[in-house]
Design a protein around this ligand. Sequence first.
Ligand SMILES: Nc1ncnc2c1ncn2[C@@H]1O[C@H](COP(=O)(O)OP(=O)(O)OP(=O)(O)O)[C@@H](O)[C@H]1O
Ligand SMILES: [Mg+2]
Length: 249
Amino acid sequence: MENNAIIELQNISVEYPGSDHFAIEDLSLTMETGEFICVLGKSGAGKSTMIRCLNGLQIPTEGHVLFEGNDITAYKENKLREVRTNMGMIFQHFNLIPRLSVMQNVLTGTFGKRNDVLSLIGYFDQKEREQARKAIDAVELSPHTNKRVEHLSGGQKQRVAIARALLQRPKVFLGDEPVASLDPGTANRIFQLLKRIHEKHQLLTLINVHDVNLAKKYATRVLALKDGKLIFDGKPERLTEELLETIYE
Ligand SMILES: Nc1ncnc2c1ncn2[C@@H]1O[C@H](COP(=O)(O)OP(=O)(O)OP(=O)(O)O)[C@@H](O)[C@H]1O
Ligand SMILES: [Mg+2]
């Protein structure tokens, strides 16, 4: 394995029970810290399935997933949970708790690390609160710290989710179409923020995205999936109109 590889996929395939086709078919990839990867592919191409394989939410039917050189495909749930604490994840629909404040939502980012029932009733020590405040500041939401998340805009909600992920001090930042429900300007600002965080914390960032222009603007590397197969892996400059037509048909 190469030195900087943080995640390696070795010939992974995923076939969901009862399905007659592979969601992912014989995919091999090495990903390094410092890469900002955007994954393209039309609906059903396998983007979400691939992300779930990276963080152990989906165990491939064939092949191996290595995190920092360790094969996680054989891990039991508690060890997988530990692996997952290294991976911050954001989603299209934010996955926040609407009736709780920004601060309370961000603090839930510590759950993976502490695994403590007391967290649920709001027991967080001074250090955790200080870290949460820093994360909220990093996503420029300080004035909204005590506001309920349900009263925020979509872009602000995604910032809360990013701050929550930051609290895990992740080595890998994953996004499953995190800007799909946002307007273009807001989507662009979220990507700016992700890029800033990526550079500051030296992460591997991998984002599924439908907007090709965002991939071209921010990615250091673009992957394209089609019917579960990798059909492009390269620099964004190499994405031609022809290729895009093949990807999206
Ligand atoms: N839980 C599941 N059970 C059965 N089949 C599934 C399941 N999840 C996904 N699939 C199938 O696996 C394939 C890949 O789906 P996946 O959700 O990974 O695609 P995607 O690229 O994320 O699509 P989208 O852009 O719509 O989010 C599709 O054929 C889909 O129908
Ligand atoms: Mg998806």
